[in-house]
Design a protein around this ligand. Sequence first.
Ligand code: BMA
Length: 380
Amino acid sequence: MKRVLITGIFLSIVFPMIGQTFQPANKSASPLTAKLYNNLFKALPEGILFGHQDDLAYGLGWEYIPGKSCVQDAVGEYPAMYGWELGDLELDAVFNLDSVPFQMMKAYIREGYERNGVITISWHANNPVTGKNAWDISGNAVAAIIPGGEKHQLYKTWLDKVANFMLDLKDSKGDFIPVIFRPFHEFTGNWFWWCQNVCTPAEYQALWKFTFDYLTNTKQVHHLLYAYNPEKFESAGQYMLYYPGDDYVDIMSFDFYQYGDPSNNSDFENTLNKRLGILTELAKKHQKLPALAETGFMNIPYPEWFTKKLMKGIGNHQISYIHLWRDGGLVNGSGQHRFAPSQDHFIPVGRDPSFMDFYKLYISNKFIFGNKVRDLKLYQ
Ligand code: BMA
């Protein structure tokens, strides 16, 4: 008996994930969703899932070509995670704010899931007070949409549309496709109407809890995992300031992009390393999955960014996934907008110089792409 106990204690110290069951925040989460959540914990020692936003829909110089993928073009494998964006769904638009038709998005989500990939969804919702876009910070919008606020009823109609979208995501057997939902992201910035400069922690938490409760209990959406997602933070206390509580969160993440010229300083990798240290400690304490929910260096002007900056910053931190932002081509006439390299990208003529470096990341064995994610059978 004593031996069994000691062996058990030993195993749980060396392999803390073995035998442990992780309950999603939604206590009625569907079996597939609970399986995905637990399997993502089990996969932590296997490597970091690699994700890319809008990967199947378009890249530089192409759009909506069946079977095509930015990441597959680069390395010959699909990504392990597919990110999609709901902005403008609340307006009953046919296309999202980046011109992806919602109907096609649903098909891409099914396609990624059928390949055993993980689906994540963000939502750059319009400002519910002013009617302008997500980057309009005027109008105290969070206070206006939480219970008791003058736009609360409007917000409920928006959530009805989000619920309808989610409830339309079914696999070939009729089961709901699990989704990592990441609303109200980057709230420690100052650019969205839900950011810390225009709402208090109590208002943000009320918004989060209402959103969770309404989708879960009123709309009966049981295939979502919820990702809490600040941008910058310098301490555990700052990370937790807007946290709505363990009962409302499944994934602890943050967004972190490279800006400026990284060739003469180590700021990016040092800060990433520091924040991942804080994140992984907190995730362990709260029994949540740690992840880097958005990252990248727009247009990759420093060709060795993937190995010398991103991989260096990640080091040996065990996180569930990283997610590169979209290859948006020319965005709002403001120039090129891309985050993933590809053999196909001619920048401006000749091969993308960052491609070889990205290939080094690919063969480093630290990351999980489409083939390995298929073998991991995250939904079984
Ligand atoms: C931003 C940019 C925008 C885009 C938005 C939502 O970071 O890529 O061009 O509209 O994300 O996807």
